[in-house]
Design a protein around this ligand. Structure first.
Ligand code: DGL
Length: 259
């Protein structure tokens, strides 16, 4: 039972940043990862289409015997996790912008959030930022083009640095001391952000906290893998193989068709 895989999905390679945390915290677990890059970026889809894609990927992961599903995408979590939980009886763990820790730790009272349009316009994001952002100014910024550029192999480019500079400069001028990365693609930008942001600005992502939540749910539901051997990860993509092959060994990636 415990040997069944944990299904993980994102619109692209972003969820690999969370998968990395999951694999180091839970090394004996088996994982199936889907990059739904034929339909990326999710941030540009309607909430209804984000739900349809999330349902289709979940259905396939359940057919592969997944015991728990990690929605490794802020945009899919904030738009679709409620509907997934209503439809399927297995546990789901999602990821949302880490507003709570940033709001608790800010000294200036100004927190920046970089996320997709789909996340920033979702009801769940608004509920979270209203609940935890009391007394704190939250500056929301859509990370327009960032996901597409990462998916198109432009992570390390002059254009990327310029774009990040233009998105963060107004936040710096308004006194942010925490920048929340509200998209699982963005932790791959941390080295560039560290270089361009003033030292006092703390970059916050919640991949570590989400991995711990997965561990808690597995323990609570008695679903943890009992094997003492290192687990396997199988990778699938629905669109172009290029970017996945830059992030994981080309021998491990498989094409998947989910219309
Ligand atoms: N990694 C996804 C997220 O966390 C990116 C969404 C997109 O494809 O726009 O929001």
């Amino acid at each position: 039972m415990g040997d069944r895989p944990i299904g993980v999905f994102d619109s692209g390679v972003g969820g690999l940043s969370l998968l990395g945390e999951l694999r180091s915290l839970l090394p004996n677990e088996n994982f199936i990862y889907i990059s739904d890059n034929a339909f990326a970026p999710y941030g540009a889809l309607s909430p209804e289409d984000i739900r349809k894609r999330s349902q289709a990927l979940t259905q396939w992961l359940i057919e592969q015997s997944s015991k728990l599903i990690v929605v490794a995408c802020n945009t899919a979590t904030t738009n679709a996790i409620e509907s997934l939980r209503k439809t399927h009886p297995i546990p789901f763990v999602g990821i949302e912008p880490a507003i709570k820790p940033a709001a608790l730790q800010t000294k200036t009272g100004v927190v920046g959030v970089l996320a997709t349009k789909g996340t920033l316009s979702s009801g769940l994001f608004h509920e979270t930022s209203t609940a935890y952002g009391q007394g704190v100014r939250i500056l929301e910024k859509e990370g327009k083009h960032l996901v597409e550029m990462i998916e198109n192999g432009m992570l390390q480019s002059e254009e990327m640095e310029q774009l990040l500079h233009s998105y963060t400069q107004p936040m710096i001028e308004q006194g942010v001391d925490h920048l929340v990365l509200g998209c699982t693609h963005y932790p791959f930008l941390t080295p560039i952000l560290t270089r361009i942001l003033p030292q006092q600005i703390k970059i916050v992502d919640c991949n570590g906290a989400v991995a711990k939540q997965v561990e808690r749910v597995l323990n609570k539901k008695d679903l943890g893998c009992e094997s003492q051997h290192l687990g396997n990860t199988t990778y699938f993509y629905t669109g172009d193989s290029q970017t996945m092959r830059q992030f994981v060994s080309p021998d491990d990636v498989n094409v998947l068709s989910i219309p």
